[in-house]
Design a protein. Structure first.
Length: 279
């Protein structure tokens, strides 16, 4: 009797341990009962029926698949080597477990097939320039194809597109020639701008010089005009004085008056006019 109790106790302990399931925070648990899908369990501690239920854990974190390098022929018959990486995450654990046997292999094969199609429709130059478009088109195609598998393709990156060595060398020479051409153009443009700035500087200096000369001429003309105007006024005064003195009329003028200075009467040079000196 005691042996049976010990046996039952051992079975109970084993059943207890088998009935306690711990699911990690990045996992989902799929419970199957007697070979049929039963329900999902979230992260944490869960209880299932021992010996009857089975639990399959599915990682729902974003994961990466590397697509091995493969040779692809472009539209202009250039053989290139390409590879890529696929980023995905499981959004439906049940479909991801039961709808596809090996998602990694299936996604890799699908990516290789679509890479051949996408790059085969473009020339080498278009492929190298439009890599972002290739990434976007490949992601869309893979996402649509894997949607029924409960998987979301979040990103696809074509890592390298390697042409043959001779084409790579020719492209390198072409790029070098383009760089030298751009450098020559920039140098010529710099010389041109230098000449333009020098010419503009000379023109501006000539304008300033002409302006200064015009100002000087104007000042001289104004001074000359003022000088001759004053002399003409003095000459008119002298004519008036001579006309008045022509009748021998005697005038007494202050010695420091302006008319005396004009007529130079300090020494009595004109008859009839006697200047009187102030005391």
């Amino acid at each position: 009797m005691s042996i049976i109790l010990v046996f039952l106790l051992i079975i109970g302990i084993v059943a207890l341990f088998r009935g306690v399931i711990i699911i990690q925070p990045y996992e989902k648990g799929i419970v199957t009962r007697l070979g049929k899908y039963s329900h999902l369990i979230d992260s944490g501690i869960s209880m299932v029926m021992p010996f009857i239920d089975s639990v399959i854990t599915v990682d729902v974190r974003e994961q990466v698949i590397e697509v091995e390098p493969l040779q692809v022929i472009t539209q202009d018959n250039v053989s290139v080597v390409v590879d890529a990486v696929i980023y995905y995450r499981v959004i439906d654990p049940v479909k991801a477990e039961f709808e596809v046997a090996d998602f990694s292999y299936a996604a890799t094969t699908l990516a290789q097939t679509n890479l051949r199609n996408l790059i085969g429709d473009k020339t080498l130059d278009q492929t190298l320039i439009a890599r972002d478009n290739v990434n976007a088109d490949l992601r869309t195609t893979l996402d649509e194809a894997t949607h029924g598998w409960g998987v979301k393709v979040t990103r696809v990156e074509v890592q390298r597109i390697d042409p043959p060595a001779d084409i790579t060398e020719a492209m390198s020479k072409q790029m070098k020639a383009e760089r030298e051409k751009r450098a020559s153009i920039l140098q010529a443009e710099g010389v041109r701008q230098s000449y333009i700035l020098e010419a503009e500087g000379k023109a501006q200096a000539q304008v300033l010089q002409a302006t200064a000369e015009a100002t000087a001429i104007t000042n001289i003309a104004n001074a000359a005009n003022k000088f001759f105007t004053e002399k003409a006024q003095m000459w008119r005064k002298m004519q008036v004085s001579e006309n008045v003195l022509a009748h021998n009329t005697k005038f007494v003028l202050p010695s420091n008056s302006e008319i005396v200075n004009v007529l130079n009467l300090e020494h009595g040079e004109i008859s009839g006019v006697t200047p009187i000196k102030k005391k």
